[in-house]
Design a protein around this ligand. Structure first.
Ligand code: 6GU
Length: 246
């Protein structure tokens, strides 16, 4: 996968050199480039923002540097069908399903906005020639898209073949498809007793069926407590009660 990230703070993306993403870059699974938006400015002050038409607080990112950046990274007529991801709190909320979709792409260009956002004509123009997705990390406000770009890159890259040593860990974790959308069950390692707290005895039983049943029960209970919005209806007591009545 080719990944181009554009930001006015390229140093913010330095952690992508670490850990699994860094290794994926070094082994050639990901071809990553981080670009400073200011290289596409032409004035002495390398200006990327200006005051908003119509008034209001804050500054807006000027269209010209972004237009030139996208022309450079995706020259008109580029093959390979790239996707432009524009990081903005008003975008589609990022989730595991979107991570999986993006992991199937050949080329992602990630635009990190700052200030009150990017002049709206940039996305409008880009849509006339590429697939564009405006993406938010969640329902809260960050100072810019860089932290979102880090999170999204990590979530996508770890799904690429060869990045995670044991592919079983991809299917067993929270939010993964094939796990009923339940949260992960609690996990334990040695020692068996720590500060007066014991590992649940069923995990020493060697009885795989009982262990699987216990883990499922724990996952359901956790999901009910913490994220009832994720609980499949077959675990919802109201739905079950109605089904019994019927
Ligand atoms: Cl992608 N950008 C900003 N500035 N804030 C956010 C976000 C993105 N996602 C959630 N909050």
């Amino acid at each position: 996968m080719r990944l181009d990230i554009v930001s006015i703070f390229p140093e913010y993306l330095a952690p992508l050199e670490l850990s699994l993403v860094g290794k994926a870059v070094r082994t050639g699974i990901v071809e990553l480039a981080v670009h400073d938006l200011r290289q596409w400015t032409h004035d002495r002050h390398r200006t990327v923002d200006d005051t908003p038409y119509g008034g209001g607080a804050g500054m807006v990112m000027k269209p010209d540097p972004w237009g030139e950046a996208l022309d450079a990274l995706v020259p008109p007529g580029t093959a390979g069908d790239p996707v432009l991801l524009v990081m903005t709190p008003s975008g589609r909320r990022f989730d595991q399903a979107l991570a999986a979709e993006l992991a199937g792409e050949r080329h992602l260009v990630v635009a990190c906005g700052r200030y009150e956002g990017i002049d709206a004509r940039v996305v409008e123009h880009a849509r006339s020639r590429l697939r564009v997705l405006e993406v938010s990390l969640g329902d809260y406000v960050l100072n810019g898209g860089e932290a979102a770009a880090l999170a999204i890159t990590e979530a996508v890259v770890r799904l690429l073949p060869g990045v995670i040593g044991n592919p079983a860990s991809l299917t067993e974790e929270s939010h993964a498809a094939g796990h009923d959308g339940l949260l992960e069950y609690p996990v334990y390692t040695k020692p068996p007793s720590w500060r007066g707290l014991d590992v649940p005895p069923v995990l020493f039983s060697g009885h795989h069926g009982q262990i699987a049943a216990w883990r499922r029960e724990q996952a359901v209970e956790r999901t009910r407590q913490r994220r009832p919005d994720l609980l499949p209806s077959e675990y919802d007591p109201l739905v079950v009660a109605r089904a019994v009545e019927a």
